[in-house]
Design a protein around this ligand. Structure first.
Ligand SMILES: *Cc1c(COP(=O)(O)O)cnc(C)c1O
Length: 228
């Protein structure tokens, strides 16, 4: 069980992170209200997620279907919005719909088709993950394929196109990578005005992402500590 110390640890982690976010927003001339913090709780126990909820967190992120489903089920209180932030295998589409309210990592038409075989009460918000350096190993579609994936999402009844997501490539200045993502998002919004979300930035680089217009930052270790 989590003791008082864990409550204090998480409170301090959240406070420090919110201060950094407020500062980054101020520097960028943006309102903190325009940036949603998705607290990435992967590898941490349900007890941590419950503490975070009590501390006012509204959005949590998980990257593994087999971990996230049981965690959500074990929650004492519902009400959190759960984000799938990791790569999704097509054969997991059905189980992902059972716990995720948002999927950040839709990167191929075949995955949209797999989701379309699942009937859901309300469409799940979905982001097209873009590979900013063209390295397929880290997930994300090629920039050249963005339009066709977005088109598939726009026609989906299970998923609803909400925007774009990226991870800063290794060895690239994050501000440059996130600037590229902002341009990609602007172009996409020309065709799909509803695609306003930009999910970018993690513990190491979220200030650069906020400066470049991120609407959702995905932060784990700055709040929960370094994962084992
Ligand atoms: C783990 C993870 C994060 C959070 O990473 P931290 O460095 O712990 O903030 C963000 N996005 C994705 C896709 C992740 O897998």
């Amino acid at each position: 069980m989590a003791g008082t110390n864990r409550v204090d640890e998480l409170r301090l982690g959240l406070e420090a992170t919110r201060e950094r976010i407020d500062h980054a927003c101020q520097q960028a001339g943006r309102s903190s209200n325009d940036v949603t913090v998705v607290v990435v709780t992967k590898t941490y126990p349900v007890s941590d997620v419950e503490i975070l909820q009590e501390l006012g967190v509204t959005d949590v992120g998980e990257n593994k279907d087999q971990e996230a489903g049981p965690k959500r089920e074990q929650m004492t209180h519902q009400g959190l919005r759960w984000h799938a932030v990791g790569q999704v295998q097509s054969n997991k589409a059905k189980t992902v719909t059972q716990w995720a309210d948002v999927v950040h990592s839709v990167d191929r038409v075949s995955l949209v088709k797999a989701f379309d075989r699942v009937v859901v009460p309300t469409p799940i918000q979905a982001l097209v993950q873009v590979s900013l350096d063209g390295d397929p190993d880290r997930g994300g579609c090629m920039i050249a394929d963005l339009a066709v994936v977005a088109e598939a999402l726009a026609g989906s009844s299970t998923l609803s196109l909400a925007g774009v997501m990226a991870v800063a490539p290794l060895g690239v200045e994050p501000s440059r990578a996130f600037g590229d993502l902002w341009n990609i998002s602007q172009r996409l919004q020309g065709a799909f005005p509803q695609a306003t979300w930009i999910s970018a930035g993690m513990t190491q680089d979220f200030e650069a992402a906020i400066a470049a217009g991120a609407t959702h930052v995905r932060i784990g270790s700055a709040i929960l500590g370094n994962r084992a």
